[in-house]
Design a binder for this molecule. Structure first.
Ligand code: NAD
Length: 483
């Protein structure tokens, strides 16, 4: 069965949420958003320009005094009400599926995660205060006040705008900041739907403003003098442009960027589980274990097992509950991914074991790519160094633990690492030695909301999650008086 035609009625009407107003028309640029499973246009989405960004920043500025002075327990109650509404909502999961064709079998996991992030951070809203500082030599009273930055600009990517909304906004709001969030043109819907839900449960207008758009809106926002902090999830290239745009104002930034993470599989691992996680842990995910390093004695077996799984993975209609893998986001992205595949084949830097093509037949109208495995890849090859952000994995063989660490760390990125081993000491040794913000051992991608998440090297700086996430959004003011 080909994927069912897109049901536009699940989507919020595209537009901008600025202060109390939802604006659905403008005379600026539009973007034809397409449902990736069928290629159908959902809406011609209006894209924010300078005017909308200016209005959104002004609305966030106007809402700031009342929001930051709102008693913490009231902010907590609002955040909990929002989390409850997200949990109860049935309309959000299908929006994610239409927005970026993520299979509906998994999207409720994301809505629950967003709710969890708000519940967790709501608990900080009434506990952020300050400290008393020891003074010497003279008698004095010195204390700190943890104050919000002010207006926070949040820029999110198309692969997970929904999760990024929760990861950045929950701590920022708990700490008393107001928000202008810019979802990308390729995924403009879920942030709007979430912000509208926040207004429904009682968030004051202007606390969360949404301006879907592309580079024009992004530049307007990141060069804006009245923005006090920029939080960005996306690629390193865009992060560099944001640094340039924000340099004149010295606006502080926090960056969650790309990765080329290693999955390191030892001979003592549970190979069935390792193969399953190898397959599921790739694709359009920043934390994808897209380089698979396998200890020599089990290398051929794991390549074979992974290829067999790749050939069977249920792909197709994202609304079918049995579908595990959907299409990639767009025609342009499919072409980009296949470009990596073609160049690797031409260069002969590895052996194509399976995949490497676009799927036809019933799936021909969507942007479906076969899960692709290259074996015997050298770590210096383009497919081992560049973030492909698609279903392509590069397998490499290693002999020793030291060699595995050296290969894994030979990357400009450092977002995550995935270890598959049953040797406890080795797991802890390697967790210490790997250049990565997160190390998963014998597990998939569970990320407790209380844990820090972020990268090292070109994967970014700053942390989301737990108390680390709160610290991104408060600045200590010091108060001193002699006694
Ligand atoms: P991207 O950098 O192209 O775009 C990200 C966002 O930046 C979009 O909203 C886009 O409209 C905006 N943007 C584009 N040009 C801009 C400019 N000049 N100024 C300001 N904003 C601008 O990234 P993408 O293709 O949307 O997303 C994929 C990337 O995101 C991958 O590198 C992936 O690894 C990364 N990512 C990282 C994480 C993480 O948590 N570390 C999570 C998801 C995705």
């Amino acid at each position: 069965m080909p994927p069912a035609a897109v049901d536009r009625s699940v989507l919020p009407e595209p537009g901008f949420l600025i202060g109390a107003e939802k604006i659905t028309t403008h005379d600026g640029e539009v973007y034809e958003h397409r449902y990736a499973a069928t290629g159908e246009v959902t809406y011609a989405v209006p894209l924010a320009g300078q005017q909308e960004v200016d209005a959104a920043v002004a609305a966030a500025r106007a809402a700031l005094p009342a929001w930051k002075r709102m008693p913490g327990n009231e902010r907590r109650r609002l955040m909990l009400a929002f989390a409850a509404a997200v949990r109860a909502s049935e309309h959000l999961a299908p929006i994610i599926t239409v927005e970026n064709a993520y299979p509906l079998a998994f999207t409720p996991y994301f809505t629950n995660w967003v709710a969890e992030l708000f519940e967790f951070n709501a608990g900080y809203a009434d506990k952020i205060g300050g400290e008393v500082v020891a003074t010497f030599p003279g008698p004095a009273f010195d204390y700190t006040l943890d104050e919000p930055y002010g207006v926070v600009a949040v820029i999110v990517p198309w692969n997970g705008p929904f999760v990024s909304f929760g990861q950045w906004l929950a701590p920022a709001l708990a700490a008393g900041n107001t928000i202008v969030i810019k979802p990308p043109e390729m995924a403009p819907y879920t942030c709007l739907a979430l912000a509208e839900l926040a207004v429904e449960v009682g968030f004051p207008p202007g606390v969360i403003n949404v301006v879907p758009g592309g580079a024009v809106a992004g530049t307007a926002l990141t060069s804006h003098r009245d923005v006090n902090k920029i939080c960005f999830t996306g690629s390193g290239g865009t992060a560099s442009r944001i640094v340039s745009a924000s340099a004149p104002n010295l606006t502080p930034t926090a960056f969650e960027l790309g990765g080329k993470s290693a999955r390191i599989v030892f001979a003592d691992a549970d190979l069935d589980e390792a193969a399953r996680r190898t397959l599921l842990g790739t694709g359009q995910a920043c934390i994808a274990g897209s380089r698979v390093l396998v200890e020599a004695p089990v290398y051929d077996r794991l390549v074979e097992m992974s290829a067999a799984l790749a050939a069977q993975v249920p792909m197709g209609d994202p609304f079918d509950p049995g579908t595990f893998v959907g299409p990639v986001i767009s025609q342009g992205h499919a072409d980009r991914i296949l470009g990596f595949v073609d160049r690797a084949k031409e260069a002969g830097t590895g052996r194509l074991v399976t995949g490497g093509e676009r799927l036809g037949g019933e799936l021909a109208d969507g942007y479906f790519l076969a899960p692709t495995i290259f074996a015997d890849v050298d770590n210096s090859a383009e497919i081992a160094q560049e973030e492909i952000f698609g279903p392509v994995t590069a397998f490499m063989r290693f002999e020793t633990e030291e060699e595995a660490v050296a290969i894994a760390n030979d990357s400009e990125y450092g977002l995550a690492a995935h270890l598959e081993t049953n040797d406890l000491r080795r797991a802890h040794r390697m967790a210490r030695d790997l250049d990565a913000g997160t190390v998963w051992v014998n597990g998939f991608v569970d990320l407790p909301v209380g844990a820090p998440f972020g990268g090292v090297k070109r994967s970014g700086y700053g942390r989301q999650g737990g108390i680390w996430g709160i610290r991104e959004f408060v600045q200590a003011k010091n108060v001193w008086m002699p006694l």
